[in-house]
Design a protein around this ligand. Structure first.
Ligand code: HEM
Length: 425
């Protein structure tokens, strides 16, 4: 098997480049990958081309890697040149997948993106989010009640994934009876499928499960269009004053996106967050000392340090020169948020976990621009509510080290064992 050393010769006296396109790179321990990105950021030409063998399934010859904060931000904010179509993930969704499921928000550009985003933003208006606040508190309290009574073995299933799943189902008004089967399908669609030795977890697997989930939600949408209630599905499928609404199929695609974009990301942020606070007892003590004062900074630092989404991709719409590097029309460019978030020119002592870090202009939710995460506020609300409950009511829960899933897409925690220390008298 190839090592992660770049196949191209190092340039003029520079150190060897890690090969970000080699699956074995993504099997390395997290700390080794963090070091490799630090090496890449120091190169004279930190934007560089990663060559990949072409195949029927992968027609492109490779991708440009953006590893510095300034490059990731600039590309994110220039969607006319760095487009999200035909796909923001690697590999991009196949044409038949897009035909079957419809285009997801993350994979389209203006004007289609602007129109879709305006409709789905109805899910995140201040009115909807203020209604959600009390619900989020209640979900967090219930989950921690269960931790106290049942003492689960695995933090990820019992706490980290349950929190965002319940919140999104409540937000969308998914009936209780439908939830177990949706959860099973989400797990099947996004679980460990595709992870085996040299294989990586890639988005877009488990499509049958996804299709069935989308079908179920599309049916709910059709039902709500006939008999609207005051829930979010009704708002999304009812026409506004401009006559805009989601079709049943678009609603299904949006719900799938929420399950991946809103559940998986938050679940991983929560699991990494508890791990970080456990490994840094001084930071945990500081947070607990004045939760209201430090929680905002702590949630930002958890997302910066763990970077739940490692990367998204863009495609060049024209030849373009950026920060001294030339791109050609049609080139693929990967924005490595995981590297930008450790850029030493922006974050002093970037590997240190510091909940008082100010400013903290991390790109964990994207580098700005039209695709910037829609769920930032919701994610922070969920994390704050859960950590407040967890750290104050269950201080003796001590997690073991997280078991990570090798992936070049998300910093996913497969499981995290829970131990319970005996409270001090
Ligand atoms: C800690 C948790 C989260 C992280 C780290 C995260 C990260 C991201 C990132 C990196 C993007 C892409 C940004 C870009 O391309 O510029 C994104 C997009 C998105 N996120 Fe989040 N996210 C989180 C939570 C959520 C939640 C809770 C929701 C919704 C309930 C959500 C909904 C979305 C949607 C709909 C998009 C696509 C926006 C678009 O393409 O216009 N995310 N998120």
């Amino acid at each position: 098997m190839a090592t992660f050393a770049q196949r191209t010769a190092p340039q003029g006296g520079q150190r060897e480049r890690p090969d970000l396109g080699d699956p074995s790179f993504w099997q390395l321990p997290h700390s080794a990958r963090v070091q490799a990105f630090a090496v890449l950021r120091q190169l004279d030409e930190p934007q560089y081309f990663v060559e990949r063998p072409q195949s029927r399934w992968r027609p492109e010859r490779g991708f440009h890697a953006l590893v510095r904060h300034a490059d990731v931000v600039e590309a994110s904010r220039n969607p006319q040149v760095f487009a999200s179509a035909p796909g923001a993930t690697t590999p991009e969704p196949a044409r038949w997948v897009r035909a079957l499921f419809g285009d997801s928000l993350v994979n389209v550009d203006a004007p289609h993106h602007t129109q879709l985003r305006r409709i789905v933003s109805r899910a995140f208006t201040p009115r909807i989010l203020s209604r959600t606040e009390a619900d989020i508190q209640a979900v967090a309290a219930r989950i921690v009640d269960d931790v106290l009574t049942r003492r689960p073995d695995d933090f990820v299933t019992a706490v980290a994934s349950r929190m965002p799943f319940e919140v999104i189902c409540n937000l969308m008004g998914i009936p209780e009876r439908e939830r177990p089967s949706i959860l099973a399908q989400v797990n099947r669609a996004s679980g460990d499928i595709g992870v085996a030795r040299s294989r990586l977890r890639m988005p877009g697997k488990g499509l049958r499960a996804l299709a069935s989930m989308q079908g179920m939600v599309a049916d709910l949408g059709r039902e709500r269009r006939k008999n609207p209630t005051d829930d979010l599905i009704s708002a999304l499928v009812s026409a506004d004053i401009d006559g805009q609404a989601l079709t049943g199929r678009q609603l299904g695609a949006f719900f799938s996106l929420l399950m991946v974009a809103g559940v998986e990301t938050t679940r991983n942020a929560i699991a990494h967050g508890l791990d970080l606070l456990t490994r840094h007892p001084d930071q945990r003590a500081l947070l607990l000392d004045d939760f209201d004062r430090y929680s905002e900074g702590a949630m930002e630092e958890i997302v910066r340090h763990s970077t739940p989404i490692i990367q998204f991709r863009r495609t060049l719409t024209q030849d373009h020169r950026m920060n001294g590097h030339d791109f050609r029309r049609g080139d693929k460019v990967v924005l490595f948020y995981a590297s930008a978030n450790r850029d030493e020119t922006v974050f002093p002592a970037p590997d240190t976990f510091d909940i008082t870090r100010t400013p903290n202009p991390h790109v964990g939710y994207g580098g700005g621009g039209p695709h910037y995460c829609l769920g930032t506020y919701l994610a922070k609300q969920e994390m704050k509510a859960l950590f407040r409950e967890l750290l104050t009511r269950s201080p003796n829960l001590t997690p073991g080290p997280p078991v990570l899933v090798p992936s070049n897409f998300d910093n996913r925690v497969r499981s995290m064992p829970c131990a319970y220390t005996t409270p001090q008298p």
